[in-house]
Design a protein around this ligand. Structure first.
Ligand code: ATP
Length: 444
C-alpha cells in the first residue's frame, strides 16, 4: 500500500485533500492522471451497464436530499455504526475497528453514530431547512422511478443506472481511498417482476464478476461472500458481496443485493393497495404510486429491485493494485510498470520527439499527436522532454501502453519507433499505420 500511495502522489494520480492546510481526514483529490483513470473506469461501467444493453436507462440526480427520502429509506433510523471512545488515547473508533494498542477496559460502551452529513438549504438555518448529502446514489433513483417510467414507457425487467458522489461521515476513514468520507458509486437499480428476483440476482452477480475481470481485477484475488441472514441490511432478502484482496486485506469492492420491493414500496403512497412483501413504514408524505401494471392481469404491483452497487474509488484502488508491478530487467536494474488494461490507461500514447525542441521533429510529433487525439480514444500526450530513457520510465510508471518516438529516420521514410509497455519491445512502423495500431490496442 505504501508503494502505491507514493506512486500515486509522485506521478499525479491521487493527492491528500486540502493538503496545504494540513489535510482533511478521509478525503482525497484525483490529480491529472487519476482523473483520467477514474473517468475511464466510470465510462467502462456506463458502456457495459447502459449502452451495451437495451434494458437500462441513465440518471444524474442531485446530491442534496430531502430528509423525507432518507426517513422512508430507513437511513435516519438505521444508517449508523457503533462507536466507542478510548479513555486512554482519547480517540474514537468504529466498535469493530479498534486498534490493538487500545485496551478493552479503556473503551466506553458502544453508541450508535449516524453517518449522514447534514447541511442547510437556503438562507435560514432551522429544523425545516436542513437537507442531507446523499449517503448513496440509490435513493434518488427510486424517487425518480415514476419520472423515468412515464418518460420511457419501460416495463420490467429494466434498470436505472447512476454514477455519482456519496458522502458518509465514517468514524474511522482509513486505508487510503478504500474508506473515505466523500466517494463515488456506480449503482444500478434493476427492477424485476416478483418471483424472477432470485434468477436476476444470480445473473447480475455473474455479470459483475465478468466486468471486474475485464477491468484487470483478477478472479484469483476475488471471493464472493454470501451475507448471512443475521447480517443482512433491513431492505435485503439476499446480498452477495464481491470481496477483493486489497493491499490491507480482503474487503468489499461491490455489493449485489436483492432489495425486494422495500424501496419502491416504502416511497409509495397508498401502500395498502398493494401486496408489499417488505416491512415498510406507513408513508403519508409521498405523492407518487411507484408501481407498474401487469400487462396481462391488469393488476398493479411493486417491482422488486436487484442492486449491484460498486465503489469507484475502491475500484481504482483494486485496479492500481493489480496493475502495479516491479520487474527485474536483464541489466540487473528494476522498473516499476503499471500494467493497466489499455482502455483504462490515463494516457493512451505518448509521442516523443527524439531531440527536444528540434523544430522538424516536434512538428511531426505534434501532427501525430493531433491525428491520434482525433480518434477520441482518450488522452494522447506530446512529450517534448528530450530524454527518451526517462520518458519511457515515466510512461511505464503511469501505464501508458504505447510510446511513439519520432527520430531523424522519420524525416526520410515517414516511419516511427513504437515501444510496447509490457514487452518493452520496439519496432518501426509507418506513420500512416499508427491510427489503426492504436485503435486495435485500445479497443480490443
Ligand atoms: P463497508 O461495509 O465496507 O462500509 P458498505 O456495505 O457500507 O461498505 P454499501 O453501502 O454496500 O457499502 O455501498 C456500496 C459500495 O460503495 C461499496 O461496495 C463500496 O465499494 C462503496 N463504499 C461504501 N462506503 C465507502 C467508503 N466509505 N469509501 C469508499 N467507498 C465506499
Amino acid at each position: 500500500m505504501d508503494e502505491l500511495v507514493a506512486l500515486c502522489k509522485r506521478r499525479g494520480f491521487i493527492f491528500q485533500s486540502n493538503e496545504i492546510y494540513g489535510g482533511l481526514q478521509g478525503l482525497y483529490d484525483y490529480g491529472p492522471l487519476g482523473v483520467e483513470l477514474k473517468n475511464n473506469l466510470k465510462q467502462a461501467w456506463w458502456r457495459e451497464v447502459v449502452f451495451d444493453r437495451d434494458d437500462v436507462e441513465g440518471l444524474d440526480a442531485s446530491i442534496l436530499t430531502k430528509p423525507s427520502v432518507l426517513k422512508f429509506s430507513g437511513h435516519e433510523d438505521t444508517f449508523s455504526d457503533p462507536m466507542v471512545d478510548c479513555k486512554s488515547c482519547n480517540q474514537r473508533f468504529r466498535a469493530d475497528q479498534v486498534p490493538d494498542h487500545c485496551k478493552t477496559e479503556d473503551l466506553t460502551e458502544p453508541r450508535q453514530f449516524n453517518l449522514m452529513f447534514k447541511t442547510a438549504v437556503g438562507p435560514v438555518e432551522d429544523k425545516d431547512s436542513f437537507a442531507y448529502l446523499r449517503p448513496e446514489t440509490a435513493q434518488n433513483i427510486f424517487t425518480n422511478f415514476k419520472n423515468v417510467v412515464d418518460s420511457t414507457s419501460r416495463k420490467v425487467p429494466f434498470g436505472i443506472a447512476q454514477i455519482g458522489k456519496a458522502f458518509r461521515n465514517e468514524i474511522t476513514p482509513r486505508n487510503f481511498i478504500f474508506r473515505v468520507r466523500e466517494f463515488e458509486q456506480m449503482e444500478l437499480e434493476f427492477f424485476v417482476a416478483p418471483g424472477t428476483d432470485d434468477d436476476w440476482h444470480k445473473k447480475w452477480v455473474d455479470a459483475r464478476l465478468k466486468w471486474w475481470d475485464e477491468q484487470g481485477v483478477s478472479k484469483d484475488n476475488i471471493e464472493l461472500y454470501n451475507v448471512p441472514s443475521n447480517e443482512l441490511a433491513h431492505y435485503s432478502k439476499a446480498t452477495v458481496d464481491i470481496m477483493y484482496k486489497f493491499p490491507h486485506g480482503l474487503e468489499e469492492l461491490e455489493g449485489i443485493a436483492n432489495r425486494t420491493d422495500f424501496d419502491l414500496g416504502s416511497h409509495s403512497k397508498n401502500q395498502k393497495d398493494f401486496d408489499i412483501y417488505s416491512n415498510v413504514s406507513d408513508n403519508n408524505e409521498s405523492n407518487a404510486k411507484l408501481a407498474l401494471q401487469d400487462i396481462e392481469t391488469k393488476k398493479w404491483f411493486i417491482p422488486y429491485v436487484i442492486e449491484p452497487s460498486a465503489g469507484v474509488d475502491r475500484g481504482v484502488l483494486a485496479i492500481l493494485n493489480e496493475a502495479y508491478k516491479v520487474e527485474e530487467l536483464e541489466d540487473g536494474k528494476t522498473r516499476i510498470v503499471l500494467k493497466l488494461k489499455p482502455h483504462l490507461s490515463p494516457i493512451k500514447a505518448a509521442v516523443i520527439p527524439l531531440k527536444k525542441n528540434n523544430k522538424k521533429l516536434v512538428e511531426i510529433a505534434s501532427n501525430i499527436k493531433k491525428t491520434l487525439q482525433g480518434l477520441r480514444l482518450g488522452r494522447v500526450l506530446l512529450e517534448n522532454s528530450g530524454n527518451i530513457g526517462k520518458s519511457y520510465r515515466r510512461h511505464d510508471e503511469v501505464g501508458t501502453p504505447l510510446c511513439i518516438t519520432v527520430d531523424f529516420e522519420t524525416l526520410d521514410d515517414d516511419s516511427v519507433t513504437i515501444r510496447d509497455r509490457d514487452t518493452m519491445q520496439q519496432k518501426r512502423i509507418a506513420v500512416s499505420e499508427l491510427s489503426k495500431y492504436l485503435e486495435d490496442l485500445i479497443i480490443n
